[in-house]
Design a protein around this ligand. Structure first.
Ligand code: AMP
Length: 282
């Protein structure tokens, strides 16, 4: 694996690869890697000549400074894991490399109503920060295929929007399924911050999703959402939301016709650690 820290060096190297008509797959991450991230690398390896990954803990997407400070960093182990997974290139930029002019040159992406609901509502500015960094990375890497995890469902919808906004619709977005621990907890870098007791409780998020999956019926979905929230409250979570939305565009669904493809989305705090998960229902 070749490690690049400078945009200019990576740019030059990738230019040469593109001239050889190599197909490039890209897996952006914030590090603290786990098997979920590696499943994206594995998917990329199947369909591309070169797999590029990046590790960058993007300050502009953290609405909570303490969450940013506490974000786990395990860079040595990450490099080893990427190497073992057969990743070809790792881009490991500094904050200055991505934001040479500081954060004041913030772009404003027109993301529409998704910025007013769910994580858009509960994490103000988060998706603008995601768009800033992904825009920058896509400009550098210009991948043919971009690999994202369903774990971050809203982020997938936002990035699909972003590539239209920035005129990069030729990039294929490949969404990979959420990898879970054996008890069902979605793998996440933030799980590293859970103590033993919190880790035991954390799986309740998955149980709340299963509860909705197994009990939802046509009609008003308010009661079932409230019941799922109660399950989380009783386990000691502080819930931001339990919501049901259209799986394609995230319009919130209050009345389900039993046909529409929907996604159940949950975000909840266990003490100071915020966990998210989702489940698509057909
Ligand atoms: P992150 O490092 O959390 O920004 O995640 C980098 C990429 O890995 C994103 O596209 C995530 O959606 C994806 N990812 C994170 N957790 C999982 C998981 N449990 N299963 C599959 N993909 C994941």
């Amino acid at each position: 694996m070749i490690l690049f820290k400078k945009t200019a060096d990576l740019d030059k190297w990738l230019d040469a690869q593109r001239k050889k008509a190599n197909i490039i797959g890209f897996v952006p991450t914030m590090g603290a890697l786990h098997p979920g991230h590696l499943s994206l690398i594995a998917a990329a390896k199947k369909c591309n000549d070169l797999v590029v990954s990046s590790i960058f803990v993007n300050p502009t997407q953290f609405n909570n400074p303490r969450d940013f400070e506490k974000y786990p960093i395990t860079i040595e182990k990450d490099i080893e894991m990427l190497e073992q997974a057969g990743c070809d290139i790792l881009f490991l930029p500094s904050v200055h490399e991505i934001y040479p002019d500081g954060f004041s040159t913030t772009k404003n992406y027109d993301l529409g109503f998704v910025e007013t609901i769910l994580d858009g509502k509960f994490r103000p500015g988060h998706f603008q920060g995601v768009c800033m960094v992904v825009h920058h990375l896509l400009d550098i890497v210009s991948p043919d295929n971009l690999y994202l995890g369903q774990k971050d469902y809203q982020q997938c919808i936002i990035i699909k929007k972003l590539i239209r906004i920035i005129g990069k619709s030729t990039i294929n977005i490949q969404i990979c399924p959420t990898l879970r621990e054996t008890d069902g907890l979605a793998m996440s870098s933030r799980n590293m911050r859970l103590n033993a007791k919190e880790r035991e409780t954390a799986v309740t998020i998955y149980h709340s999703l299963l509860f909705i999956k197994n009990n939802i019926s046509k009609g008003d979905v308010t009661a079932i959402k409230n019941k799922a929230k109660e399950i989380l409250d009783n386990a000691g979570f502080k819930t931001d939301y339990v919501e049901i939305a259209d799986a394609t565009d995230l319009t919130l669904v209050n009345e389900w016709d039993g046909q529409q493809k929907i996604v159940v989305l949950v975000a909840a705090f266990l003490n100071e650690i915020r966990l998210i998960d989702n489940m698509v229902l057909n």
